[in-house]
Design a protein around this ligand. Structure first.
Ligand code: XUL
Ligand code: CO
Length: 442
């Protein structure tokens, strides 16, 4: 890599200084090099920076334009700006110690006047990204296509009533899959940005869902034909931008995948605030996916308790993350997935340094949650409680129920005979909440 000037001159590579350090530009819990169970904490966490928020976000909201002006947004044309921006991003990835990043096609390279021109732009910027990945060792966790910003997608991409738009989206995803493969992307994400509807007055729901399934089957076939080995991920979200999105939550996603014979090819990318918007906890969505062996990756962020939209904040809620980590570790981890900070700075956080504070906070909170969850699981108190709570299914007629060896007649006979009335047992929620707090504040 040619020597480029530094874009973050005042900031050194962030070091782990431990919980007692008062340096705000240090990690207090995330110690990337510490070895746990034979691999580094960094390899366990697989943190990723979201290019769209951290390098394309300008702080705009529905009430006003951007507030964030970055010094590296300079160049003779859109491609040279895109390349310099990538240089700044890779310097950031290295300094913040993130081993991965994620992008949409249109985040990293400017959209042209035609698909052919957009593809050429993408090729030029991707060539630069490839060099930077090689020089720094930073890898691509996942790629995706932006099928929601351009006005052509205002009524959806794969679910658009116009087959012409479907075809355009297919061509765009074809290219996005190729560049994700070229950059060694370990996953590919489908977030159905506008795959839903505003009103059923103009919508054939059944046909739109079938079209979405056809689109995903085509993506599976094409990936196979080019030898792309990455994991495909669906990212559920109940609403926003559309009023009702088809991939509402993990449960709706599972039903969709199974209905259309896609469950072998996809797992879930679960985003914290999408769970909240669906009326679920983060841990609930993880458990629903894990129960079916479909837990893939995490978009790490948080919403706001008082706001009902997707605020995409950095998550510093250790209690929420500890519960999530317990479920993730119990499920055997994320495999090829990782924790991608799909989170953005608040509108007034305009300094480049704020990018560091934001990611340090998110990484530290997750790393602390990882430690606490490991302790919780190692001590096994919750696991033991659960085992005991369901132990009546471990033998006798309970076992026969699980194995489906008994029916209503048998059970009726048992209840009328020796079983009689069940003896109520406490659910002990308050005891368990106190136990959890003893780990968080112990
Ligand atoms: C939108 C969202 C997306 C996806 C990728 O809410 O989460 O950024 O993660 O398209
Ligand atoms: Co996301």
């Amino acid at each position: 890599m040619k020597k480029t000037r530094t874009h973050f001159p005042k900031i050194r590579r962030i070091a782990y200084e431990g919980p007692k350090s008062t340096n705000p530009l240090a990690f207090h819990h995330y110690n990337p090099d510490e070895v746990v169970d034979g691999k580094s904490v960094s390899a366990h966490m697989r943190f990723s920076v979201a290019y769209w928020h951290s390098f394309r976000g300008v702080g705009s909201d529905p009430f006003g334009p951007g507030t964030i002006v970055r010094p590296w947004e300079k160049g003779i044309d859109a491609i040279s700006i895109a390349k310099t921006r990538l240089d700044a991003a890779f310097e950031f990835f290295q300094k913040i110690r993130a081993p991965f990043y994620c992008f949409h096609d249109r985040d990293i390279a400017p959209e042209g006047r035609s698909l052919a021109e957009s593809n050429r732009n993408l090729d030029r910027v991707v060539a630069h990204a490839k060099q930077l990945q090689k020089a720094t060792g930073v890898k691509l966790l996942w790629g995706t296509a932006n099928l929601f910003s351009n006005p052509r997608y205002m009524c959806g991409a794969a679910t658009n009533p116009d087959a012409h738009v479907f075809a355009y989206a297919a061509a765009q995803v074809k290219k996005a899959l190729e560049v994700t493969k070229a950059l060694g992307g370990e996953n590919y994400v489908f977030w159905g940005g506008r795959e839903g509807y505003e009103t059923l007055l103009n919508t054939n729901l059944k046909r739109e869902q079938e079209h979405l399934a056809a689109f995903l089957h085509m993506a599976v076939d094409y990936a196979k034909s080019i030898g792309f080995k990455g994991q495909f991920l669906i990212e559920p979200k109940p609403k926003e931008p559309t009023k009702h999105q088809y991939d509402f939550d993990v449960a709706a996603g599972i039903a969709f995948l199974r209905t259309f014979g896609l469950e072998q090819h996809f797992k879930f990318n679960i985003e914290t605030n999408h769970a909240t918007l669906a009326g679920h906890t983060f841990q609930h969505e993880i458990e629903v996916a894990a129960a079916q062996g479909l837990l893939g990756s995490i978009d790490a962020n948080a919403g706001d308790e008082l706001l009902g939209w997707d605020t995409d904040q950095f998550n510093t809620n250790v209690r929420e993350l500890t519960l999530a980590m317990v479920s993730i570790l119990r499920a055997g981890g994320l495999g090829k997935g990782g924790f991608n900070f799909d989170a953005k700075l608040r509108r007034p956080s305009i300094d480049p340094e704020d990018l560091f504070h934001a990611h340090i906070g998110g990484m530290d909170a997750y790393a602390l949650a990882f430690k606490l969850a490991r302790r919780i699981l190692a001590e096994g108190k919750f696991t033991q409680f659960l085992q005991e709570r369901y132990s009546s299914y471990d033998a006798g007629f309970g076992r026969a129920i699980e194995k489906r060896r008994v029916g209503f007649r048998d059970l009726n006979k048992l209840v009328l005979g020796k079983l009689g009335e069940p003896k109520p047992r406490s659910g002990k929620q308050e005891y368990l909440e106190n136990l959890l707090n003893s780990y968080l504040h112990g």
